[in-house]
Design a binder for this molecule. Structure first.
Ligand SMILES: [Zn+2]
Length: 206
């Protein structure tokens, strides 16, 4: 869910000093996915792994830094480009999994799958925003940008000051409803259904 100007052309008229900061809402909301997943899989509840997954869930928006460097919004490596694709998330997950697996004592495949899901979810959520450019979700096969047929998420404005505008508050409300609420419900369900069974019950049933 992300900040965006409607047209690339608008960026051409922004001097480097006037290019605004990346938005905060994305950073705040994407970690809802790995946190909800960890509610279902107790083995994933390792601080270093959770921290890495939360950071990766928001990391694709680092591509907004390219706007300062003159990378066109619509380029394959521009904002919402390759870094927002599942293929890119897979590469990052494969690169980081061995290190995090050693650190947490978990299996490499399990760690890689979790990191992939955390980072890969970013682009899929951005596809539900109602503004900006679409997501290059099929990169590297195509650089075409895509949205979901339905986009309930309010796209967020650019800049910290804008985030405290009425528009910014609308974005936060939209993300609370469409991201955090489902994540909380699914997470709570996971905590209930996947809670450890009491030892006595295990003994009685065995
Ligand atoms: Zn994004």
């Amino acid at each position: 869910m992300h900040c965006d100007l409607a047209e690339d052309a608008a960026w051409k008229f922004l001097s480097p000093r006037r290019v605004p900061a990346p938005p905060m809402a994305t950073v705040l909301s994407h970690p809802a996915v790995p946190l909800a997943m960890a509610c279902w899989f107790p083995s994933l509840r390792r601080p270093s792994l959770l921290l890495a997954a939360c950071i990766l869930s928001s990391a694709p928006d680092l591509d907004a830094l390219g706007l300062w460097l003159g990378v066109p919004y619509g380029a394959w490596h521009g904002h919402r480009g390759a870094s927002h694709s599942p293929a890119f998330a897979l590469l990052v997950a494969i690169a980081l999994a061995p290190w995090l697996a050693r650190r947490t004592g978990l299996g490499t495949v399990r760690v890689a799958a979790f990191l992939f899901a955390a980072m890969g979810s970013h682009g899929l959520i951005d596809m539900a925003t109602n503004g900006g450019h679409g997501i290059a979700v099929l990169w590297p096969f195509t650089t075409e940008r895509w949205f979901w047929p339905v986009q309930p998420l309010q796209v967020s404005p650019i800049g910290f000051r804008a985030m405290f505008s009425v528009w910014g508050l609308e974005v936060l409300a939209s993300e609370a409803l469409w991201v955090w609420l489902p994540a909380l419900v699914l997470g709570a369900l996971g905590l209930v259904l996947r809670r450890p069974r009491p030892a006595a019950a295990v003994t009685a049933s065995s």
